[in-house]
Design a protein around this ligand. Structure first.
Ligand code: SF4
Ligand code: SF4
Length: 210
């Protein structure tokens, strides 16, 4: 079992000389959502602000200048870190964002999420009631009921083959399908972090690359 340095341990990193004091283990970097073995503050200054925290992994440590307080309590806590934290770390370190170039034919053939069409619609109560009565799959934006999405479901050309959902007319698919890139669209619409289509594509990407 990997042993973490105890809290209070002071180290320098391979590429630095400033002593750092460890005050947390298995910590997540907010922006990248990546998990690191340690978070530390500068020594002797101590914690200045969150902007001054330093996150690093075991392999980044150059020298250990002082080892912190070691107790049986800490040994027991380390077992918990392993059981819960390392599992979480593996999950967290999966890719959280995709790039334009990650959208490949292989990925699309396992994803097909953009072939499941949601049309944005403007709604008033009368129109909403009408669409519902027609048996259409319509959802309203709870924050703004004048907007909604009409789900037309998967395209008639989607063919399921085991884990793959391929396009049955791939060579002759419409120009819109050819030119669509979910990353580019989400960036353009400024919904990169909350686009359900893109989140689905990321999950499929991670599954294919795990
Ligand atoms: S959502 Fe993105 S990854 Fe999925 S099929 Fe569409 S373009 Fe490809
Ligand atoms: S034509 Fe092909 S790529 Fe376009 S929506 Fe239908 S299945 Fe998807």
């Amino acid at each position: 079992m990997k042993k973490f340095y105890p809290l209070g341990t002071i180290v320098t990193l391979i590429d630095g000389t400033k002593p750092l004091m460890i005050f947390g283990r298995l910590q997540i970097h907010v922006d990248s959502e990546k998990m690191y073995d340690y978070v530390a503050c500068y020594y002797p200054e101590g914690k200045i602000s969150n902007d001054h925290n330093v996150l690093f992994n075991d392999e980044d440590i150059g020298n250990v200048l002082y080892v912190g307080y070691q107790t049986t309590e800490d040994d027991e806590y380390q077992i918990l870190l392993h059981e819960e934290g390392l599992h979480e770390k593996n999950n967290k370190n999966q890719k959280m964002k995709l790039d334009y170039s990650d959208i490949t034919e292989e990925l699309c053939q396992h994803c097909a999420e953009c072939c499941n069409l949601y049309l944005p619609v403007t709604l008033d109560d009368r129109f909403y009631e009408y669409l519902k009565a027609r048996g259409l799959n319509i959802t309203r934006d709870p924050k703004d009921p004048s907007n909604g999405a009409l789900n037309l479901g998967y395209c008639m050309h989607n063919i399921r083959e085991g884990e793959k959902i391929r396009c049955g007319i791939y060579e002759n698919r419409p120009r819109l399908c050819r030119e669509y890139n979910c990353v580019a669209w989400a960036r353009y619409a400024d919904v990169e972090k909350k686009s359900p289509t893109l989140q689905h594509a990321i999950k499929v990407y991670n599954k294919l690359n795990s």
